[in-house]
Write a protein that binds this ligand. Structure first.
Ligand SMILES: [Zn+2]
Ligand SMILES: [Zn+2]
Length: 129
């Protein structure tokens, strides 16, 4: 018993460089492969969930409500004192203040939605990252 636990580390030390490193490298590779597979599965499911959501009639209805409420003006520009309305050429977005990935429950909550121009939309997503 005592002898075994004394000898074992010695053997491991002797073989160390190749075996242990190789083993670790292999294990790390496996771990990364699994993680990648897991991530792509999750990402696929989540992306599907999001794209289905954006195609849903419930979303289209709420989106329209928010555009009307905001009078088709970028709320973010408005806060800076700029009136930027949908009459321009710029594309408008109805943006989730708390993003879908952070709170799925708020996806149709108009309090969590606001109309923003393309520029502000990019800005707001950059800011939260
Ligand atoms: Zn804007
Ligand atoms: Zn957004």
């Amino acid at each position: 018993m005592i002898q075994l636990s004394f000898i074992e580390p010695k053997i491991r030390l002797g073989n160390k460089t190749m075996t242990q490193d190789e083993y670790n490298a292999q294990r790390e590779r496996k771990r990364q492969q699994n993680a990648a597979r897991y991530n792509s599965n999750v990402r696929f499911t989540v992306d599907k969930q999001y794209s289905d959501f954006y195609k849903s009639s419930a979303w289209r209805r709420v989106r329209k409500q928010v555009l009307l409420r905001d009078k088709y003006m970028c709320q973010s520009c408005l806060r800076k004192g700029i009136v930027k309305s949908i009459d321009g050429n710029e594309r408008f977005f109805v943006h989730h203040i708390v993003e879908l990935k952070d709170d799925w429950e708020l996806r149709l909550n108009t309090g969590n939605l606001e109309t923003v121009c393309a520029t502000c939309h990019i800005e707001s997503h950059r800011a939260t990252r």
